[in-house]
Design a protein around this ligand. Structure first.
Ligand code: SF4
Length: 241
């Protein structure tokens, strides 16, 4: 079941959250993904959100929901997803104990086309991502104390130093990256072991999956994220800074 929501709200101060993040970054630096997820569930009951793109990261909500049943899972419903991605969202909703929330942009694709002209993603993908991903997730995250992401160090150079727990200064909240040390094969192994639905495109040459207009198939030997915004300098949608 998918819902539109705004988080439950925060009770701790920004200073308290920052201190928690900094201490946990030290304490959990070498902890397993399971232990990091357990800590997040224990520390932020009712104020924890899991971000999931329904691509290679479906194991993340599964992992967290084992420790935090009913946890909120935020899916950025940009209006541009592959059918396989929406199918993965629906399959995951049936497979785990979590509340999957469609985080929607302020404008539909048709309304955005009317205001900015069609195919803004071709002409100004930074603005398109801002309107359809960054602004909506920023508004949603303001209602939580911590969010869990599927960032992995092997994703790209920007993520190579990611810790398992970090202070997210942009959102003034705790950021938890339990899968930071995982490889792509680790994801597949976990999904297989726990029968987690995964996006069918992963096995069809799409190791990294975003919106359909900005994602292409990757050739053998290419960088896994080479298919995202191919031909442009852009490598991130702006959610992780
Ligand atoms: S990935 Fe492409 S279509 Fe999706 S929000 Fe960003 S620019 Fe727009």
């Amino acid at each position: 079941m998918t819902l539109v929501s705004h988080g439950p709200g925060r009770t701790r101060s920004t200073a308290e959250l920052r201190a928690l993040a900094e201490q946990a970054a030290v304490d959990l630096a070498d902890a397993s993904a399971d232990d990091v997820a357990a800590w997040a569930a224990r520390t932020f009951p009712g104020s924890l959100a899991v971000a999931c793109s329904m691509a290679g990261d479906t194991v993340l909500p599964h992992l967290v929901a084992r420790h935090a049943p009913g946890v909120d899972v935020l899916f950025l419903e940009t209006g541009y997803h592959f059918p396989e991605t929406l199918g993965t969202r629906d399959a995951l909703a049936s497979a785990i104990d979590a509340r999957i929330i469609d985080v929607l942009p302020e404008r539909t694709v048709a309304e955005q086309d009317a205001e900015h002209g069609p195919r803004l993603h071709d002409r100004n993908p930074t603005l398109c991502c801002q309107l359809r991903k960054v602004d909506p997730i920023n508004a949603e995250l303001a209602g939580y104390e911590a969010w869990v992401t599927g960032i992995r160090r092997e994703d790209n150079a920007l993520r190579a130093q990611a810790g398992v727990v970090e202070w997210d200064a942009v959102h003034a909240m705790v950021k938890v990256n339990p899968l930071a040390a995982w490889t792509f094969d680790d994801l597949l192994d976990y999904a297989g072991a726990h029968q987690v639905p995964i996006n069918l495109l992963l096995s069809e040459g799409y190791p990294s999956i975003g919106c359909a207009p900005c994602t292409r198939r990757v050739e053998p030997g290419e960088d896994p994220r080479a298919g995202r915004w191919a031909g442009l300098a852009k490598t991130e949608c702006g959610l992780h800074r």
